[in-house]
Design a protein around this ligand. Structure first.
Ligand code: FE2
Ligand code: FE2
Length: 329
């Protein structure tokens, strides 16, 4: 049964609904969204069923995070499909059966990661074709989260001796405070200050790599320009937060604060789209086999920056802003 057939929206006039139902671009979009939904549902079940048998706390937490993410993307995809006036598929992708047939835990997790990589390729092809801004932003968030989870699983299966040098010394992550003033302070030191160091260094490395490896097939052409644009946009965004929004939140917020928060959320969606471009241009922050030290440092730095920016956006969108958007009492 193919449950991807578009259903005309009840809110559309009959003629509009009929033409929407036969629009080939819309049908292709719905097919792609339903294919992703079935894959995410399969991934969620694999992560949930696998998580039950894991006793190691760090690995259990990682698989639990993947499960929660997959469930979240299922909800988002169903919402998007419904917003197009269609009925979401209720099927589970064949990936579930294939993954659960693998009895070795490590091999199953590697297989799950290959499934996640398949999703990123589908998303990279789909996102440029999506016209609706909200759906594009949601799918870009989904792409970023997948990149992040792939890296976390890869890090587990990469021998420490082959890990590339990163731009900054690795330190243990400080705990994230829950109280708003302390959380703002944390965001400023852990993310704003870090981005201000990361981007100039990445621009310098990208400039060298683009110049020296101009003839290399995998050279990240246009990366320096992209990083310069991201640097400018991010500086402007962080300055707005530091000068306007964060002081308002630190004073306890007010009924009008939802407007600047809305602007920041929209800019976060733009940043997430830039991140998707950055990862596509750098082959998911992977240097080629024959890359020199500078190129490897660039790739490791891009990965670190991408992970940081993703966390930064999630922390503001999901933790800092919500209490001020629907204040209690
Ligand atoms: Fe910020
Ligand atoms: Fe922000």
């Amino acid at each position: 049964m193919n449950s991807t057939s578009p259903q005309p929206s009840a809110s559309l006039p009959a003629t509009d609904a009929a033409s929407a139902a036969t629009d080939p671009a819309r049908t292709a979009l719905l097919d792609a969204l339903n294919e992703l939904l079935e894959a995410e549902r399969a991934g969620a079940r694999v992560a949930m069923e696998t998580g039950r048998s894991i006793s190691e706390p760090a690995l259990a937490a990682l698989v639990d995070d993947i499960h929660k993410d997959e469930v979240r993307w299922c909800s988002m995809l169903m919402r998007t499909i419904k917003s197009l006036g269609a009925t979401p598929s209720s099927a589970t992708g064949a990936f579930h059966g294939k993954a659960m047939a693998i009895t070795d835990l490590d091999e199953r997790l590697k297989f799950l990661n290959r499934g996640q990589a398949w999703v990123t390729r589908k998303l990279q092809a789909l996102i440029p074709q999506v016209k609706d801004a909200q759906a594009r932003a949601d799918l870009t968030d989904m792409l970023q989260a997948h990149h992040q989870n792939i890296s976390r699983v890869e890090a587990r299966y990469t021998a420490p001796a082959t890990v590339e040098p990163t731009m900054a010394p690795q330190t243990e992550e400080p705990p994230v405070p829950s109280e708003s003033v302390a959380l703002i302070e944390h965001i400023l030191t852990r993310f704003h200050e870090v981005h201000r160091r990361q981007l100039p260094e990445l621009i310098q490395l990208a400039t060298k790599v683009e110049a020296v490896h101009v003839d290399h097939a995998a050279a990240p052409r246009g990366l320096t320009d992209l990083l310069k644009s991201m640097h400018g946009e991010l500086l402007e965004h962080m300055e707005k937060e530091e000068a306007i929004l964060f002081p308002m939140l630190a004073r306890g917020g007010n009924p009008f604060v939802v407007h600047p928060i809305g602007v920041m959320r929209a800019e976060h969606a733009d940043h997430a789209q830039r991140l998707a471009q950055l990862l596509a241009l750098t082959r998911n922050a992977m240097a080629p086999e024959d890359a020199c030290t500078t190129w490897r440092r660039l790739s490791a730095g891009v990965r670190e920056f991408a992970d940081d920016l993703q966390q930064h956006i999630q922390l503001e969108n999901d933790v800092l802003f919500p209490p001020f958007e629907s204040p209690r009492g």
